[in-house]
Design a protein around this ligand. Sequence first.
Ligand code: HEM
Length: 333
Amino acid sequence: MGCPYLSSQSLQPPLSCPHKPSTAFKPLYATLNCPNSTQPWLKSVNLNGVVARPGTENDYAAVRVAIEKIIPNESYDDGSIGPVLLRLAWHASGTYDQKTQTGGSNGSTMRYPLEAQDEANRGLEHARKFLEPIKFQFPWITYADLWTLAGVVALKFCGGPSAPWSPGRKDYEDALNVPPNGRLPDGALGAQHFRDIFYRMGFNDQEIVALCGAHNMGRCHPDRSGWDGPWVPNPTTFSNTYFKLLLNEDWHKKELGNGLFQFMDEDEEIMMLPIEMTLLEDKSFRPWVEVYAKDKELFFKDFAAAFGKLIELGVRRDKNGIAMVNYINKTKI
Ligand code: HEM
């Protein structure tokens, strides 16, 4: 059964309602303004004058510019959606398991409820929603490419390095390849957890420390992770301040009203997660914290390389650079 509401809409291209009985996934933008939507936040996407731009196929530079335009946002958090876009790219990719070659950024599997509702992904609906008008403008780009590109653009826009990015990811058409919950890190755990999660993706200790420098951006939200506050005083600018503060502040442990623990500086203005304190204690992690605190240029270079590797996880390309569907449904996960 079609959705009478959507068929009367003037959205381009003409869209069918995703709520007809079908297991096939329909693009999220198809649910804009659909009163049957099971994703209420999508109903409020405001296209606000945004128009589809036919004839722009493969013009990724135009997509980059459109993303840059929406990053400053006075009414969101610290005035920028850059941090949450960076986190979307990371969580879309960080489900990768090298052994089974499952998860990762190909497929944009976070469109499916199992992954979207993973506790670790709380708050990322904001990032996905911010990107909907861009998807509407450039319907030819896949969500998997858009989410990873948005992370790269946000990083650069906020003063960080240029990370490598290539298009060609697919959006899987069914939920068969959605990785199980629990593959993303838990900030309450210790150094072994860091290694369990990041070695599984194929990273080493140096890359783990470099990637943690992403917490130069953004903040914890009590209604999302339950932790509270930014890691640095200026959380919309990418730099190596995170490492300097981690080394030099006098951190004390604090219990929050919800029972979670976090570490606070003396003035209780900035925070660290319990797992991040192990970067100071672990004899293999700490030297990299010290190096990156001193050498911003090296940190930028190493972060760009590690982030580029992260967003490429799960993307096996054919000779034309087009990603192939992972063989996840041949492996039991
Ligand atoms: C052990 C590793 C990691 C843990 C435990 C962790 C945990 C967290 C938590 C708890 C939050 C706060 C979420 C919220 O309440 O809104 C967060 C935010 C964030 N994380 Fe991580 N993270 C890790 C690694 C990374 C990596 C590798 C990246 C990127 C390369 C990253 C990028 C971000 C960003 C940009 C934010 C800010 C989001 C916002 O302001 O909305 N994190 N992370």
